[in-house]
Design a protein around this ligand. Structure first.
Ligand code: NAD
Length: 260
């Protein structure tokens, strides 16, 4: 699966899933733009990936900030010419029962996932139309695009919402050769999940081991975590798919936690 000659931007790529996707895309030959909140963290990831022999670039981008997203994509256009692949991946997690959920936390979470998904994909679509090369947009959904869990009202809402956004862009983007898909991972042990284990233990009044066993992996077929590599392989498959037949889809990679 080759991405040779393609330019890919990944948001939230200084850590976790985004970072591994960026590394794997570079292994497949793509030039890589690492977009994240802090320039130094994005730059460190970009520099490490540059050793693979592809062009890299780091941009400081808060995906909830319209001008920051547009400025970041403009910088990419100036330096690399165009974007072929955009992965809207940046995300956060906040857990609490709905009766205690602060409105400010609800808005913060929706802003990162939904405003971020909108602003990132809008900027990508504009460049893909202008370049006349089409492209591939990927959203980082979740099993929570399909299922609900306790304590996650805004996260489940946002991840369901991304599926709708992706379907619209699939239809609107088709005349320009733009395809759009959603990746839906189960639990992966990134910093986002490590932070949640003690938080959920406290909210649910159970041990951290029980959060893993009876909450996170309870419905998997084998009690295993999904890995960053599993998710990055799915992203590469979508990005390298050779035609526009594969669009408007979501693929769950979760050790069978959710089955279509
Ligand atoms: P992570 O915490 O390791 O990485 C998230 C990255 O996003 C960080 O580098 C962070 O700085 C960045 N980020 C946060 N807010 C941002 C903003 N406003 N603008 C730009 N960057 C921002 O987490 P992760 O687990 O790799 O999560 C990546 C994505 O995968 C998220 O959308 C998350 O919801 C999704 N996801 C994760 C899991 C999991 O189990 N880890 C499962 C399903 C989906």
């Amino acid at each position: 699966m080759s991405l040779k000659g393609k330019n890919a931007i990944v948001t939230g790529a200084a850590s976790g899933l985004g970072k591994r996707i960026a590394e794997l895309f570079a292994d497949a030959g793509a030039n890589i733009v690492i977009a994240d909140l802090k320039l130094d963290a994005a730059q460190a990831t970009a520099d490490a990936i540059a050793r693979k022999g592809v062009k890299t670039m780091a941009v400081a981008m808060d995906v909830t900030d319209e001008s920051a997203v547009d400025r970041g994509f403009d910088a990419v256009q100036k330096q690399l010419g165009y974007v072929d692949i955009a992965v809207s991946n940046a995300g956060i997690q906040i857990v609490a029962p709905i009766q205690d959920f602060k409105f400010s936390d609800w808005k913060k979470l929706l802003a990162v996932h939904l405003d971020g998904g909108f602003l990132t994909s809008r900027a990508a679509v504009r460049q893909m139309i202008a370049s006349k090369r089409g492209g591939c947009i990927l959203f980082m959904g979740s099993v929570h695009s399909k299922e609900a869990s306790k304590l996650k009202s805004p996260y489940v809402t946002a991840k369901h919402g991304l599926e709708g956004l992706a379907k619209v862009i699939s239809k609107e983007g088709a005349p320009y050769g733009i395809r759009t898909n959603v990746i839906c991972p189960g639990f992966v042990r990134t910093p986002l999940v490590e932070k949640q284990i003690p938080e959920q233990a406290q909210e649910l009044g159970i041990s951290e081991a029980d959060v893993i066993k009876t909450v996170m992996l309870k419905d998997t077929v084998d009690g295993e975590f999904t890995t960053v590599d599993d998710v990055a392989q799915v992203a590469l498959t979508f990005a390298a798919f050779p035609s526009n037949a594969l669009t408007g889809q979501s693929l769950v990679v979760s050790h069978g936690w959710f089955m279509q």
